[in-house]
Design a protein around this ligand. Structure first.
Ligand SMILES: [Zn+2]
Length: 63
């Protein structure tokens, strides 16, 4: 069997599908390097730590 270089998602798809932004409840998408999640509505960023997304609202960082 030939192993293709697939992009491995850090989060299981089942989990990813139910993740929403804690601020505006919009869908999340992976950041460019897939080390975090970005809200596609408000742009809030959530880090992924050891395969677990940290969905605490980034309250300390306000624009
Ligand atoms: Zn949002």
């Amino acid at each position: 069997m030939v192993k293709t270089k697939e992009k491995v998602d850090p989060i299981p798809k089942d989990l990813f599908d139910i993740l929403t932004c804690t601020l505006c409840k919009a869908d999340l998408e992976y950041s460019k390097d897939k080390k975090g999640l970005v809200c596609c509505n408000c742009g809030a960023k959530y880090p992924i730590q050891e395969g677990i997304p940290n969905l605490l609202p980034p309250k300390s960082k306000k624009f």
